[in-house]
Design a protein around this ligand. Sequence first.
Ligand code: BES
Ligand code: MN
Ligand code: ZN
Length: 489
Amino acid sequence: MDFRTQTASLDALAGVTADALIVVLGGEALPANLDATLSALVKDAIKLGDFEFKAGKTLLLQRAAGVKAPRLVLAAAGKSSLKAARAALQAALGQLKGRGAAHAAVAFAGFEGAEETVESLAEQFVLGAEDTAYVYRHTKPSAPAAAKLVKLTLLVDKDDAAEVKKGLARGQAIAAGVELARECANRPGNYATPSYLAEQTKALVKSHGIKVEVLDQKAVEKLGMGSFLAVARGSDEPLRFIVARYEGAAKTQAPVVLVGKGITFDSGGISLKPGAAMDEMKFDMGGAASVLGTLRAVAELKPKLNLVVIIAACENMPNGRAVKPGDVVTSMSGQTIEILNTDAEGRLILCDALTYAERFKPAVVVDVATLTGACVIALGGVRSGMYASDDELAAALTAAGETALDPCWRLPLDEEYEEGLKSNFADVANVGGREGGSITAAKFLQRFAGKYRWAHLDIAGTAWKGGAAKGGTGRPVGLLTHFVLSQAR
Ligand code: BES
Ligand code: MN
Ligand code: ZN
């Protein structure tokens, strides 16, 4: 989609030229500075009972008297928040779906706030629009043709131009990252294999100047990643260990490291999952997809920092050579692990990736994984679960999630939660009990992340949606991109 800006004052919107004029109205009353013609139209619509200042309310008017644009869409946000603005924009764009408008001009009225809000509003303008426009077609070319709407102009106050420009650029970079993540996640397991993820990463070498190294089974054996290998061995599909680097600062500057879980299909292994909704386990590489998307966004925005992205990718399958409950494996860290449940495979591949990360002497490591069903029960699809080894890091991730409208919620790491991971036959077991399942998984990972500042995001509830809107969400690319940008000095 083509995004532009145009200077237009709120009191002169009726004269704006476009196929459609969208006016997103924040708050619960008419903004005082709104164009007189539009104000009269809004008041009349309210009087007729066709419009209200209530979130979700929209009204499409054609050839409204005194309005230059042939279509006028009013969209109420109900509040003046960023989240409400984005939702109202998306509702307004929904009104134009299947209609003839190719170019829409968008104004936000009643959202006056801090400077930062204008920048975030511009960012969400792009993200909201791209999110609405996204259609998965790779294995469904018959999917309805992309919308007619191809050009969106954000109408801005001239004093805000600089902030808006920054917001648009950030929005476009994040949108590209989100799209990459969604495309990877939505690809069926027989398309999005570990090798496919490696190819997608390599594609960023040419387009974004990223450095990529892809390790195969032999290289992973040499590194002693016994835990990762144990998961991969149950499948005929070859594993890949992907390391990508964005260098935006001196080599001596400690990098931010992102680690993604790249299980391209999780059958559960010998601890086989029940059949219902098992197809959704193609999304079990959502962590990998999101760190890849973040890498793309960051490489586009070029902050002055170093970023390393690590993806451990394989399938979790139950062939005759598959790892069995009770097997003990030796991780790269030297710790032995009793695999009591082969379906708790995410932590088994991540622990070796976390040990590998030590070699970068990282400033901070954040791993991202669709790790536990327990996290879905705890937080649903609204907030990702977040764990952090220190408060400052937790605060940075929380803040990044809030500004990106991609929120997370911190969960605890008390040592008592590690009780259940005790084993009579190894240093640690790969599962605790059913209780606090997301937390015990994090406690397992923490054992391998002691040498640096570390955080873990459990995105099992947020990486994809089920039901009629089944598909990858591209989360938490927004959160991660904002977080990485916040780490630049
Ligand atoms: N990929 C799943 C987690 C998952 C389950 C994500 C459902 C989203 C929806 C993970 O590998 C897994 O199977 N975890 C087990 C762990 C258990 C065996 C301790 C789980 O959550 O059931
Ligand atoms: Mn599993
Ligand atoms: Zn899994």
